[in-house]
Each structure stands twice: as structure tokens, then as C-alpha cells.
Design a protein around this ligand. Structure first.
Ligand SMILES: NC(=O)c1ccc[n+]([C@@H]2O[C@H](COP(=O)([O-])OP(=O)(O)OC[C@H]3O[C@@H](n4cnc5c(N)ncnc54)[C@H](OP(=O)(O)O)[C@@H]3O)[C@@H](O)[C@H]2O)c1
Length: 346
């Protein structure tokens, strides 16, 4: 296949980390990325070149382009942590060469060469060749959220208690996790901030859905915690809401923070609970889990995620697919709409 010398991409404007944090909402793309034409990258040993069909936009991408994620930006490189596309070239390794011609879901991972571009570089070992029944939208969102959902549900399973608490309950990630939990007889307690999401989440298997902005939230939360006695709290929001929930939970509660959608300060109102009630505060990061889980657990999660998408137990809710040329102008408005993912189509 003859490859072009240049491609269109959305390049990072900033470098390293932000000096001033700017909140977790993407107010506009323009301050952080710019559309440009650059050389098509060359895959090195063990890497593949992917012709991108769709790239997803996750909260982690937003934090990254703003310089507020756990990895530094490289000015002038394309943004985007995951996507789907066809492998069109490979560096010299049998594993990479075997992927040429295949449609794969890919994380941009170590190469740091983002997916918001016509072509992207990925590590061959991290690519997932896709079954025919998996849509491009599911493929483009196959890694970050699905693997995190399975890995974190593994923590719930190991802890043993059937009930567990989730903030940002209507996120794509929580919807995936609620589906798995329902199948296995677990009882997710989802916290949201919109009434319209209550029937939606009850319909897919949440045992309770509470609107944190309702005036009776503290009373309802206390009643549900008394009834269900959850020990695990999977938290993507942090801030005062998460602190309120954790403080209301009982002995040996584990607050596992995996996102920080609320940029406000996160108080610990009752530090004594850590001493006398054996409560714990922890973090979860998929990147670390991928390194520490070992190849067998990692592969099991990858196979499981793909199976769930291909047999229809999981599907990705789509808000919009935005052409790359329109992304700088349109993405912020599309991301402001609830209940689905936004994709970039190069
Ligand atoms: N640590 C890891 O390894 C890891 C891996 C994957 C994902 N994550 C995190 O998981 C979270 C969910 O990701 P996703 O892609 O599934 O998200 P998503 O589908 O884009 O949904 C985001 C959700 O967060 C809610 N939200 C946003 N800001 C909020 C705030 N200030 N207070 C309360 N709720 C708020 C939104 O509520 P509305 O519906 O009301 O707008 C929406 O339901 C993100 O924080 C992401 O960074 C972490």
C-alpha cells in the first residue's frame, strides 16, 4: 500500500503540565489543539502504523490536552489516547507484521503519538484485532473504559460485598460496570446529578440511583447505606460530594478514586474514621493495572470486553461523530451534551 507523505492531525499546543489548572470541562478546543498537516509517522520495531477510522474523546483526553493529566504533553504531537483503524504498515517484528491489514482497537500508549490524526502509531502488543460484529464506535472505545470497568469490578468481586457505590453513575464506564454487576447479582448504588438518568440506570441494573443535587439526597443516601452496607466506593468525581459519601459510609469502607471530574478541593471531614473505622482512600489507574495485572488477567479482560461488544451485552452510546476538520470548532459543544461519547473521524 502506498502511503501519503503527509496527514492531517490535531496537534497539542501546550507542552508539559499546565501552570494554572483550568477546570475539567472543555470550554473550547482552540486553546489546546490546532489542526495542521504533518509528516506521516514511521513505525519502529514492535510498532504499527494505523490508518485511523475513529478516535474517541474521553475525560482523560480533555485533562491531557489541558496539561492536567498524569503524563506531560509534547507540543506539536497529535492528541488522542485511543482509536480504531486499519494497520497499514509495521516495524520489524513478527507480532507487528502479523497485524498488517487487520482492523484493530489501539491505545496510543508509550508511543504518545495520538489518535486524533489520519494515521497513528501504536505498540503491536497493545492492539486488539477486532471481530467483524464489533462496530467502529465500540472499537474506538474498546480499551480505556471497558478494561477499567472490568478491572475495577474485579476489585468489587474480590471484596465480596454485593453492594458498591459509584459516582458519575451515567458515565459510559459506569454503564458498562452496572451491566456486568447486574449479571453477577451485585447491587450498584449509582450517584448522578440529573433526574432523567434515574430510570435509565435502573433499567440497566442499578439497585439504587440517587440524584446528589436533590434536597433529600443526604437522607436517601443514609437510608441506602444502612440497607445495603456497601464497602467499595468507586469514585470518578472527588470533591465535596465524594467526601460526603465516604464519610457517610460504614466501617472498612474503601474510597477508590479513579477520576477527578469535580476540580474543587476534596476535603476529609472525619480523618478519625481512618483510625477508628479502618476506612481507606486509594487510587486506580488503568495504565498501572495494565503493567501489574500480568498477561493472563490482561488478556482475559481484553477477550471479555470484545465478547461483550460483539454479542450486544455492551454497546457504546454515541452523541456525535465529528469530522477531523470540524473538530476544533465543534467538539466542546458536543461534549457538553450528556449520556454519550463523542468521536473524531479523520
Ligand atoms: N483511572 C483510570 O484508569 C480511568 C480509566 C478510564 C476512565 N477514567 C475516568 O472515568 C470517568 C468516566 O469516564 P467516561 O469516559 O465513562 O465518562 P463520560 O462517559 O464522558 O461521562 C462523564 C460523566 O461524568 C459526569 N460528570 C462530569 N462532571 C461532573 C461533576 N463535576 N460532578 C458530577 N458528575 C460529573 C457526567 O455527568 P452528566 O451526565 O450529568 O453530565 C457524565 O455522566 C472519568 O473521570 C475518567 O477520567 C479513569
Amino acid at each position: 500500500m502506498t502511503l501519503p507523505a503527509t496527514m492531517k492531525a490535531l496537534l497539542l499546543k501546550g507542552d508539559g503540565y499546565a501552570v494554572q489548572p483550568s477546570g475539567t470541562v472543555l470550554e473550547a478546543m482552540e486553546p489546546y489543539v490546532e489542526a495542521a498537516t504533518i509528516a506521516v509517522p514511521q513505525p519502529e520495531e514492535g510498532q504499527v502504523l494505523v490508518k485511523v477510522r475513529l478516535a474517541s474523546i474521553n475525560p482523560s483526553d480533555v485533562m491531557f490536552i489541558k496539561g492536567m493529566y498524569g503524563q506531560p504533553r509534547k507540543q506539536g504531537q497529535p492528541a488522542g489516547f485511543e482509536g480504531v483503524g486499519e494497520v497499514v504498515a509495521a516495524g520489524s517484528s513478527a507480532q507487528a507484521l502479523a497485524l498488517v491489514g487487520k482492523r484493530v482497537a489501539f491505545p496510543t500508549g508509550r508511543s504518545n503519538w495520538g489518535s486524533w490524526a489520519e494515521y497513528a502509531i501504536a505498540e503491536a502488543g497493545a492492539c486488539i484485532p477486532l471481530l467483524e460484529g464489533v462496530s467502529d464506535e465500540d472499537g474506538a472505545a474498546m480499551i480505556v473504559n471497558p478494561l477499567t470497568a472490568l478491572a475495577m469490578f474485579g476489585i468489587v468481586r474480590e471484596e465480596g460485598e454485593k453492594a458498591f457505590v459509584l459516582t458519575a453513575g451515567a458515565s459510559q464506564l459506569c454503564k458498562l460496570m452496572i451491566g456486568v454487576a447486574k449479571e453477577e447479582g451485585f447491587r450498584p448504588i449509582a450517584i448522578v446529578r440529573r433526574d432523567e438518568q434515574i430510570p435509565l440506570l435502573e433499567g440497566i441494573g442499578a439497585a439504587h440511583v440517587l440524584n446528589a443535587e436533590a434536597p433529600d439526597f443526604p437522607a436517601k443516601l443514609a437510608a441506602v447505606l444502612r440497607e445495603e452496607k456497601p464497602r467499595i466506593f468507586l469514585d470518578a468525581v472527588a470533591g465535596p460530594l465524594a467526601a460526603q459519601i465516604f464519610t457517610a459510609m460504614g466501617k472498612r469502607a474503601r474510597w477508590i478514586i479513579y477520576g477527578r471530574l469535580d476540580p474543587a478541593e476534596t476535603p476529609i471531614p472525619e480523618p478519625g474514621q481512618m483510625i477508628f473505622m479502618h476506612k481507606k482512600i486509594e487510587g486506580f489507574w488503568l495504565t498501572e493495572w495494565m503493567g501489574s495485572a500480568g498477561p493472563e488477567r490482561r488478556m482475559k479482560a481484553v477477550v471479555e470486553a470484545q465478547k461483550r461488544f460483539s454479542d450486544g451485552r455492551w454497546s457504546t452510546d454515541v452523541t456525535a461523530v465529528v469530522p477531523l476538520e470540524e473538530a476544533v470548532a465543534r467538539v466542546a459543544d458536543e461534549l457538553a451534551k450528556p449520556n454519550g461519547k463523542v468521536f473524531i473521524a479523520p
